[in-house]
Design a protein around this ligand. Structure first.
Ligand SMILES: [Zn+2]
Length: 429
């Protein structure tokens, strides 16, 4: 019998305690997160993101990312045995010492110790580089590929707005790093050389070093909509502008589109998935309409890319219904990272339910644990997202059972699929 009752006055069922406790016990595979490396002294780790979002122009912060969010206090209590009723500047200073002490005790085992607290078995670490404290089997690497599709002079794109200016400065730095790893100081003269000496070489290096996917946060840099461009057109644009100033926007877009599909195809060949940020993102200039997952459809419909597994990170909010329609493509998946942090379980549960009613094998649990602020580090955001993401899943399953859509046994099965089995099959863990 279903152990759910209706929350007084809301008409919405309470989560079944039985399902919730089962969901809470499943050691999860977190499809997307940014764990921070243990550093005892010297400069802080900045490689948790290729485009750290802490240097952007001010925006109106989502309420869950404000230190006043009561969930932050809960996270502190659970993670650090924090004894107070509020988080004050004085307590932050005190707690910093407390946390430092834990870090000094745990050293390189600290990030994995946090995973235990979060109930996470394996975390996909979306980072520029890994480190001794962030290593398999608990952490699996997802490096960044964006800078590879912007090989030319990016000053025109950087002029779009102040955030893009900061982002393209960072991307130019990343590309320079890929070039120097290839033993080059500038991009080669021909596209052919660029593809082989720089792009494929970087992807193969990533694979060799344990990468399970390549990440694109390209929605921060330009709208989706990657057309199928023939090689000769891409060759022409590349050769015309390899040593010149910024190319015209539309011609550069053709080269970017070609490179995006080239990288996607190479990832398929190398057995790496392609992760794409698919949700409204940070910052006051983020192009929400340009991140509509439906703009990825031509990519997913390309017969030449069917060997590549695409994972739409963050479940496409606000296009959570549109994104569901893409799940029938055999090589397309999604996770609900970040939504698990930004939206309460009562709001996220109907979204998860809708996906589970359509193609449940393609739905993945994830946190997007990220160091947002002094109050909300990757530990706190990971804890909150893990807890709420599980609650939302348990609530979705409760409602489906109450509606007579699934049995109790199927609820257990779906819980395991979302929390780990779907990801295990996708990555071959
Ligand atoms: Zn992320």
């Amino acid at each position: 019998m279903l152990q759910a009752c209706t929350r007084v006055g809301t008409g919405q069922p309470d989560v079944s305690p039985d399902i919730l406790s089962e969901v809470n016990r499943i050691p999860a595979i977190d499809n997307h997160a940014h764990p921070v490396r243990f550093v005892l002294s010297g400069p802080a780790d900045r490689e948790f993101d290729a485009l750290p979002v802490d240097n952007m122009e001010p925006q109106s912060d989502p309420v869950q990312l404000r230190p006043t969010n009561p969930g932050v206090l809960e996270a502190w209590r659970s993670l650090w045995n924090y004894p107070y009723d509020a988080i004050t500047p004085q307590h932050i200073a005190e707690w910093r010492q407390h946390k430092l002490q834990i870090l000094q005790d745990k050293k390189d085992t600290y990030p994995a110790w946090i995973l235990e607290k979060l109930g996470i078995d394996i975390m996909l670490a979306n980072r520029v580089h890994m480190g001794t404290s962030i290593q398999p089997p608990r952490f699996r690497w997802v490096p960044y590929a964006d800078s590879l599709i912007f090989p030319l002079d990016n000053s025109g794109l950087a002029d779009t707005n102040p955030d893009r200016k900061a982002f393209f400065t960072l991307e130019d730095g990343h590309r320079q790093q890929y070039l120097s790893e290839a033993g080059l100081s500038a991009i080669p003269r021909t596209l052919d050389e660029y593809l082989h000496l720089v792009v494929t070489a970087a992807l193969e290096r990533h694979k060799q070093n344990g990468a399970v996917a390549e990440k694109f946060e390209i929605a921060y840099l330009r709208p989706f909509g990657f057309d199928k461009i023939d090689r000769s057109t891409a060759d022409k644009v590349y050769s015309a502008y390899a040593t010149k100033s910024a190319p015209p926007v539309m011609e550069y877009k053709q080269l970017q589109d070609f490179l995006f599909r080239y990288i996607a195809a190479e990832c398929g060949r190398l057995g790496m998935a392609v992760h794409i940020h698919t949700m409204a993102g940070a910052g006051s200039y983020f192009d929400v309409a340009g991140a509509n997952p439906l703009l990825l459809e031509s990519l997913f419909n390309d017969p030449d890319l069917r060997k590549t597994k695409f994972v739409m990170l963050h479940g496409g909010w606000p296009y959570t219904r549109e994104i569901a329609a893409l799940l029938t493509k055999p090589n397309v998946y999604l996770d609900y990272s970040l939504q698990s942090l930004l939206f309460p379980p009562s709001d996220l549960a109907p979204t998860i339910k809708h996906w589970l009613e359509y193609v449940p094998e393609k739905v993945l649990f994830a946190t997007d644990a990220y160091p947002y602020s002094d109050e909300i580090g990757w530990e706190e955001s990971g804890w909150l997202a893990s807890r709420r993401g599980r609650e939302a899943l348990a609530l979705a399953l409760t409602i489906m059972m109450q509606n007579g859509e699934i049995s109790r046994a199927r609820a257990s099965e779906l819980a395991r699929m979302v929390l780990r089995e779907n990801a295990r099959l996708l990555y071959g863990f």
